[in-house]
Design a protein around this ligand. Structure first.
Ligand code: ADP
Length: 216
C-alpha cells in the first residue's frame, strides 16, 4: 500500500508520518528530509535544492521527481511507502502515478490534513527540529532544548523564519488545488481535520488509511 499525506507546511504531516509509518509498516519518505540530507552531504542536488529551500520556494519539478523516483526504486520502498511532502504540484502527482506504475504499484490514496493558516503560523513559529533524527517538536511542549530521543541540540529551520512562512503558505495554496483535484477525480482523496492533539489527529489519519485499505 502506498499512501500520500497532503497538508500545508506545519500541518503536522511529518509528525504523523513518523508515527504512522512505524505502526503500519510503511517506509516514511519525506521529500524535505531527502533534500536536507543532500544539502548536508553537499551533493550537487543538495546545493541546487538548497538555493530554493532557503527562500521557501519549491525545488523545480524535474529535480524533485527524479529524486523521489530514485528513492522509490530502492528495495526498502517495495513494501509500501507513506509519502510526506510529495506530490506538491499537479505535475508531481501525475509523475508519481507513472513512477509507481513502472514499479507495478499504485498510489492507493491521499490523506489531506486540513489546518487553518492561523494555526499553522503559530505552530511553525514554535517549531524546533532535531538535526540527527529530523523529528519536529514544538517549544511549548518541551522542557529543554535537546531532542528527547537522542539528546541532540534542537534547531530552528532557516525556512521557519516568520518572513519565510507566509511565502510558503502562499505557494502551498497556489499549488495544492490541482493536486487535490487529481486525487478527488479518481476517488482517492480523504480529508481529516488537523486541529487537536497529535494522538487525535493520528487516530483520524489512521481511520482514513483504514478506509483506503478497505477500498471505501
Ligand atoms: P514543509 O512541509 O514544512 O514546507 P518540507 O521539509 O516538506 O517542509 O520541505 C522543505 C522545503 O523543501 C520546501 O520549502 C521546498 O523548498 C522543498 N521541497 C520539499 N518537498 C518538495 C516538493 N515536493 N517539490 C518541490 N520542493 C519541495
Amino acid at each position: 500500500m502506498n499512501i500520500v499525506l497532503l497538508g500545508a507546511p506545519g500541518s503536522g504531516k511529518g509528525t504523523q508520518a513518523k508515527a504512522l509509518g512505524q505502526r503500519l509498516g510503511l517506509l516514511h519518505v519525506a521529500s524535505g528530509d531527502l533534500f536536507r540530507h543532500h544539502l548536508g552531504l553537499k551533493t550537487l542536488l543538495g546545493e541546487l535544492a538548497g538555493s530554493y529551500m532557503v527562500r521557501g520556494e519549491l525545488v523545480p519539478d524535474d529535480v524533485t521527481i527524479r529524486m523521489i523516483a530514485e528513492r522509490l526504486a530502492e528495495a526498502d520502498a517495495a513494501g509500501g511507502v507513506l509519502l510526506d511532502g510529495f506530490p506538491r504540484t499537479a505535475a508531481q502527482a501525475a509523475a508519481l502515478d507513472a513512477m509507481l506504475a513502472v514499479l507495478g504499484q499504485t498510489a492507493d490514496g491521499a490523506v489531506l490534513i486540513d489546518v487553518p493558516d492561523a494555526v499553522i503560523i503559530t505552530r511553525i513559529s514554535g517549531r524546533l527540529v532535531c538535526p540527527t533524527c529530523q523529528t519536529p517538536y514544538h517549544r511549548s511542549l518541551l522542557a529543554g532544548d535537546t531532542c528527547p530521543a537522542d539528546g541532540a541540540l534542537l534547531e530552528r529551520r532557516a525556512d521557519d523564519a516568520p518572513e519565510k512562512v507566509g511565502r510558503r503558505l502562499e505557494i502551498y495554496h497556489e499549488q495544492i488545488g490541482p493536486v487535490l483535484s487529481h486525487y478527488r477525480a479518481t476517488g482517492r482523496l480523504h480529508e481529516v481535520p488537523g486541529e487537536g492533539s497529535v494522538a487525535e489527529i493520528s487516530a483520524a489519519v489512521a481511520g482514513a488509511i483504514d478506509r483506503i485499505r478497505q477500498g471505501r
